[in-house]
Design a protein around this ligand. Structure first.
Ligand code: ASP
Ligand code: MG
Length: 423
């Protein structure tokens, strides 16, 4: 029996009951003969509450002290979990990210892991302990400051430790039974995916699927660590994310893996741009100089009479104001008429490696949207994904229509959401 890394999200350890339930599950894995390393998130909405609290004492909710504050959430849950395990008669020791050897760069609030040196974890395991590690945090290599990995970063901690410890599997325990063909909060007939490739999972994650973060899947793919996403509330087998199906993992890749949606982006339209070489370059240089990432881009055909065109793009809403400011500053040198900002948009994406070789997927996708009376504002594609931007009000209906059109609906309403406030 090998080593497993288990990660429990905030909704799985939301209260004392949850912590005791999770402790039992961890002890089961240990009794089955595994060496067990557990990565834990902050309890329930603790991180959000700490962020709100910071906002009440200071306008500066970022940087070094902010990281120091947020990492406290995970320290609470790791210690309580270790205590709960000990009370079940098993040895456990908790470790901060720094103690666990999670070394990062020094970009506060969204640090990247650059090395993992889990010497203390190995020792703890060799001595027969269950090791509990605080997720989402590390220590910067140069300044030795405490850093955080960005919201939802505990998944990345888990995969990084799994890679460094050469674990058999990284189990991610959450409040749904696995990765679904659509968000089960929106599509009641969403189906649990038994196995999905890293590639399709990466596309789903970057298209708004929240069950796994892009960074975590990227890390798992790089080090070839199979992820098993499952519920801590049910005993069910979840979704395996890996290179290829292994052992008794089911089936080959489906034609379509799923439908993702994202309402976290806004659309900016630059109106009245002269249709000549170099204009788009100037616009996107201004955006890039503001350290802002964009997603989809569309340029309209220019009106023959004016020689002017419009360029639209999407980006995270949280970057919207800074993008508008950057463009306003560059307005004279770019030479456009005006800017339009629209945050009432949603992106809907269809993902599946099968679309590479199957004609008609695009047609069916657009037919489904038109059947639901959904208007399309922007389109972008990759080899294994089609995305459109629509009105935000249409998003749920659009997702359900596409899900049905591709035969993804399950017979039963099997998608259960066990917890979490979705905050
Ligand atoms: N507690 C952190 C958050 O809520 C990290 C995590 O849950 O993965 O973002
Ligand atoms: Mg959380």
């Amino acid at each position: 029996m090998g080593l497993v890394v288990q990660k429990y999200g905030g909704s799985s350890v939301a209260d004392a009951e949850g912590i005791k339930r999770v402790a039992k599950r961890i002890v089961e894995a240990k009794k089955n003969g595994h060496q067990v390393v557990v990565v834990v998130s902050a309890m329930g909405d603790t991180t959000d509450e700490l962020i709100d609290l910071a906002g009440e004492v200071s306008p500066v909710t970022s940087g070094r002290e902010f990281d120091m504050l947020l990492t406290a959430g995970e320290r609470i849950s790791m210690a309580l979990l270790a205590m709960a395990i000990k009370s079940l008669g098993h040895e456990a020791q908790s470790f901060t990210g720094s103690q666990a050897g999670v070394i990062t760069d020094s970009v506060h609030n969204k640090a990247r892991i650059i090395d993992v040196t889990p010497g203390r974890i190995k020792t703890a395991l060799d001595e027969g302990n269950i090791a509990i590690v605080a997720g989402f945090q590390g220590v910067s290599q140069d300044k030795k400051d405490i850093t955080t990995l960005g919201r939802g970063g505990s998944d990345t901690t888990a995969v990084a430790l799994a890679a460094a410890l050469d674990a058999e599997v990284c189990e991610i325990y959450t409040d749904v039974d696995g990765v679904f063909t659509a968000d089960p909060r929106v599509v009641k007939k969403a189906r649990k995916i038994d196995w999905i490739s890293f590639e399709d999972m990466l596309e789903l994650a970057s298209s708004g699927s929240k069950v796994l973060l892009h960074r975590c899947v990227e890390y798992a793919r790089r080090y070839n660590i199979p992820i098993h996403v499952r519920s801590s509330f049910s005993g069910l087998r979840g979704t395996w994310v890996s290179n290829q199906p292994q052992g008794d993992q089911p089936m080959e890749q489906a034609l379509i893996s799923g439908v993702a949606h994202d309402t976290s982006e806004a659309k900016i339209t630059v109106v009245g741009v002269p249709d000549k070489p170099g204009e788009a370059a100037k616009i996107f240089r201004a955006i890039a100089d503001g350290e802002l990432n964009i997603d989809m881009v569309v340029q309209n055909v220019s009106a023959a009479s004016t020689g002017l065109t419009d360029i639209s793009f999407t980006l995270p809403k949280t970057d919207g104001r800074r993008a508008i400011e950057a463009l306003e500053r560059a307005k004279a040198s770019i030479g456009f008429d005006s800017l339009r900002y629209d945050d009432q948009v949603a992106k809907i994406s269809l993902v599946g490696a099968g679309m590479k070789t199957n004609p008609g997927v695009t047609a069916t996708f657009f037919e489904a949207l038109s059947g639901a009376g959904v208007n399309i504002e922007l389109i972008s594609t990759s080899e294994i994904r089609i995305s459109v931007v629509t009105r935000k009000d249409d998003v749920n209906e659009a997702v359900r229509a596409v899900h049905t059109a591709f035969g993804l609906d399950s017979e039963s309403d099997e998608a259960v959401v066990y917890g979490g406030t979705g905050r």
